[in-house]
Design a binder for this molecule. Structure first.
Ligand code: NAI
Length: 212
């Protein structure tokens, strides 16, 4: 497939397609039309076709798309055909909650270790991995082929830790700290701010009430 620049908006919609296709696959459904996908996902059929056309259209022939093929292809585009080794930095409330969520593994994100700077936490086991000291982080990243680090530490600490991760060869940072990180372009950062989503909810509640 020819490489072309795909907009972040399209990329942002791919995980949702992937999820729904996974559900159709689990139900044993073999083919789906763009109209049926549209009805399930509440996205217009033309949006779906436009999105898929960015990747050559996925060969819709006769009746709809082949669910298994589409699921596999979108998975490949998302890089889910390979597994990713990840570590969590910050074994507090959020870090532990993420570590305890086993479902990421189903998508190939393997929880390999968790680090903290608080000595009181060293050795505590979280899903069979013990909390390790930050001094061990660089060596661990290198020798265990860690490609993703999850940052669940205070924002004041995040930049310095990110720089250490970059020097260790990390490829991606899933950043929960409320700060924009300065990393070189070969390191990908995905910021997650749950409160942004909550504020959007708040906006929708108030705009619905205003318009009644
Ligand atoms: P917490 O206080 O329970 O845990 C933070 C942990 O990070 C502690 O165990 C602490 O020892 C450790 N830590 C601090 N500096 C460190 C460093 N330099 N290296 C390694 N470990 C270090 O806090 P919680 O509730 O888990 O939140 C963690 C961070 O995530 C906070 O900055 C919070 O604002 C943010 N957060 C972000 C959310 C989001 O949607 N983006 C949602 C919830 C929290």
């Amino acid at each position: 497939m020819e490489e072309k620049e795909i907009s972040q908006a399209v990329i942002g919609r791919l995980p949702r397609y992937f999820r729904y296709l996974g559900e159709l696959k689990d139900q044993g459904i073999e083919r789906v039309s763009s109209q049926e996908l549209s009805d399930i996902m509440k996205v217009t059929a033309s949006q779906i076709r436009q999105d898929f056309n960015n990747f050559g259209g996925f060969g819709q022939q006769g009746y709809g798309y082949n669910v298994e093929y589409l699921f596999q292809e979108i998975g490949k585009i998302l890089g889910l055909d390979k597994s990713h080794n990840l570590i969590i930095i910050g074994a507090g409330n959020l870090g532990q909650a993420l570590a305890n969520y086993g479902n990421f593994e189903r998508r190939g994100f393997l929880f390999m270790g968790i680090f903290d700077k608080n000595p009181l936490l060293y050795g505590r086991r979280i899903r069979d991995r013990e909390v390790r000291p930050m001094e061990d982080m660089e060596e661990y990243v290198k020798s265990n082929h860690i490609d993703i680090a999850v940052l669940t530490i205070p924002k004041t600490e995040a930049e310095a830790v990110a720089q250490r991760l970059v020097r260790s060869g990390i490829k991606g940072i899933w950043n929960f700290a409320h700060v924009d990180l300065n990393v070189p372009e070969e390191v990908q950062v995905e910021n997650v701010h749950l409160s942004d989503s909550l504020m959007k909810l708040s906006y929708n509640i108030s705009s619905f009430q205003k318009n009644r």
